[in-house]
Design a protein around this ligand. Structure first.
Ligand code: BJW
Ligand code: ZN
Length: 248
């Protein structure tokens, strides 16, 4: 059983509002590679080469192929016990919000209801020119970059690339939830990509209790109230057991 400090257990007892700020690490145990660190997909591809608009316009098929490869992985994998534990928090707390940097949709598949996807979703696509959305199975299987039926423009995945603005309404809602939270869990993120990484900082400034769950130390480790080292798919179900004890 996980040994946790008394001040965290007290917070858990009285908490009404919980935020989970998640990154690629939460999906690692589902078989989806992280971006950085050991096993990170960015080791094989530099982010600037693939995850930016100029790279797409210079070589659309290469970027499209990379996203198709990742879509296939996402479609073949399942949410893991970490995603499921987060969804289960909704039974015990008034408000549970997931603010995720992930594009894989696994929180929704695990049953979480309030999810803010800061960097988009790999299952959606849109035309770069007229912004028409394309989500048909044919588009999702296309080997070459599809062309828009309305204007002939290139169709791209609806994700946020470097240098692009995040969906501001989603970011604001996620940040507000974090500021109102009693506990903010920061799970499986290196916390290096902004403005997303500002969300737990806003939570802390507003008085939330920060708990980091990660295999390693990160940029945010020095600012959290509690750092738990380990796999999120193992730690989160342990915390859920504690929740069941203190909230019954
Ligand atoms: C486990 C585990 C297990 C493993 N259990 N843990 C200098 C300073 C500050 C900012 C900038 C700067 N220069 C440029 C910028 C801005 C830039 C930025 O932040 N760059 C930094 C990298 C330096 N940001 C942007 O460009 C953003 N836009 C922007 O700023 O716009 C300005 C603007 C305003 C108005 C108009 C126009 C523009 C956009 C950022 C978009 C990021 N996009 C990506 C790709 C998404 C699509 C896709 O998936 O392909 O988002 S990049 C990538 O990084 C992805 C992720 O969401 C994001 C964060 O990564 P994450 O989730 O933290 O993963 P990892 O791999 O880094 O970490 C995994 C962690 O898990 C590790 O810590 C492991 O230890 C841990 N782990 N297994 C628990 N089992
Ligand atoms: Zn179009």
């Amino acid at each position: 059983m996980l040994e946790l400090p008394e001040n965290f257990i007290q917070r858990l007892k009285t908490a009404d509002s919980i935020v989970f700020f998640t990154g690629a690490g939460i999906s690692a145990e589902s078989g989806i590679a992280t971006f950085r660190g050991d096993g990170g997909i960015w080791k094989k591809f530099r982010p600037e080469e693939l995850a930016n608009f100029d790279a797409f316009m210079n070589n659309p098929d290469r970027v499209w192929e990379w996203y198709q490869y990742r879509r296939d992985i996402v479609n073949d994998c399942q949410p893991n016990p970490g995603h499921h534990a987060i969804a289960e928090f909704e039974k015990y707390f008034d408000k549970v919000t997931v603010v995720t940097q992930n594009v894989d949709g696994l929180h929704a598949r695990a049953g979480s209801n309030e999810i803010y996807e800061l960097h988009g979703n790999i299952e959606r696509n849109f035309c770069v020119d007229c912004k028409t959305f394309y989500d048909s199975p044919e588009i999702k299987k296309s080997e070459k970059t599809p062309k828009c039926e309305k204007c002939g423009g290139l169709v791209r995945p609806d994700v946020v690339w470097f240098g692009e603005a995040l969906p501001m309404d989603i970011f604001s809602k996620g940040e507000k939830a974090a500021e109102k939270s009693d506990i903010c869990f920061i799970v499986g993120t290196s916390a290096v990509v902004y403005p997303a990484a500002h969300i737990p900082i806003s939570a802390k400034r507003a008085g939330s209790y920060l708990v980091e769950i990660n295999l390693d130390s990160t940029e945010i480790s020095g600012s959290v109230n509690l750092s738990i080292k380990g796999k999120s798919g193992e730690i989160l179900p342990e915390i859920m057991k504690l929740v069941k004890n203190v909230k019954q």
